[in-house]
Design a protein around this ligand. Sequence first.
Ligand code: ATP
Ligand code: MG
Length: 308
Amino acid sequence: MIRTDSLTRDFGNNRGVFDLSLSVPGGEIFGFIGPNGSGKTTTIRMLCGLLRPTAGTSYINNIEVTPRNLPQIKKLIGYMPDAFGVYEQMSVWEYLDFFCAAYRIPGRKRKPRIDEVLELTEAAYMLDYQMGSLSHGMNKRIALARTLLHDPEVLIMDEPANGLDPNGRIEMRRMIMRLREHGKTIMLSSHILPELSSVCDRVGILEKGRLVTQGTVKQITSSLHEKIVLAYQIGSDRQVAAALCKAFPNVESVASAGNEMRVVFAGTRDHIAELNRMLVEKGVRLMAVHEEEADLEEAFLRVTGRKA
Ligand SMILES: Nc1ncnc2c1ncn2[C@@H]1O[C@H](COP(=O)(O)OP(=O)(O)OP(=O)(O)O)[C@@H](O)[C@H]1O
Ligand SMILES: [Mg+2]
C-alpha cells in the first residue's frame, strides 16, 4: 500500500533522507521511528506529494507519487501533520465542515460524515466547542477527525502522540487500533519509542536520514538479545532461591529484592525448564515467571550507536 524505492531528498550538508526503501502492506501499522531531525517529516512530506524527492520514487497503492497523480494520491491518503493550522475562531463543527468543503464532500453528506469521524475519534461532545478553546489533546483528536473526513485508505500520521499526556496517548493508541480494524493502512512516526511499539506490526528506525533497521518489534529486539533475562516472583525465602539459581549452570547473575528475583541466563530454552524444575523440587514456591524483553528503546540506542 505504501512503497518507497531509494527515496532521497538531499538538503546538503548530509541533511535530508537518503536511499530509503520500505514497503508497508495493506492493513498494517508501520512505525517510523527516529530522533529529532532524522528525516521523518521529510519522508512523510515526499510520500504525500508535498515535497519533490531529489531521487527515487514512492508509490501509494501502486500509484507513483508525481505531480500528475496528485489528485489520486490525495484521495488515497489522510495526512495528519505534526503541527496543524489553528482556526481559533471556528467551532469544531465549522472547522470540519470547512474541510469537508475542501475535500469536495457534497453538502448533504457532510453532517453524517462529520458525526461519523467524531464518533471514531470519540470527540462528538466537542462539536460546538471553539477551536481556540481546545486543549492540545483535544486538538489532536480533531486533527485526526479532519484527516478521516474523506475516508482515505492510507493514514500517515506525523507524531500523533507528541505532546499528549499518558492518558491521551492511551486514547490515541486505541483510536489507531480501531482505525486498523476499519482496514486502514497506517504509517506513524515518533521519536518516543515504547509508546508506539505496542500498536505497530513493524517498525523502521531512521537515523540521520537513513533507515538503519526494519522489522517487527520482536525481531529487532530479539536480534539484540544475547541473553535471556528471567523475572521470578518467589513465595518462599528468596535468598534460598537466589543461592540455588547461582549454583545452576549458565546462570550469569542473580539479583533479588522483595519477592522478586531477576536471573540473567546464558543457556538454552531447554535449560530454563530444567532450572524451573530444580527450583520447584527444592521447595521454592514460584508464583510467576516471565521473560523480560529488551525494549525498543534499548534496541534503538544500540542500532544508532547512541548512548543513553
Ligand atoms: N526545507 C528544508 N530545507 C533544508 N533542510 C531541511 C528542510 N526540511 C528539513 N530539513 C533538514 O532535514 C533534516 C530532517 O528533518 P525532518 O524535519 O524531516 O526531521 P524529523 O525526523 O521530522 O524531526 P523531528 O522529530 O524534529 O520532527 C533536518 O536536518 C532538517 O534540518
Ligand atoms: Mg518531524
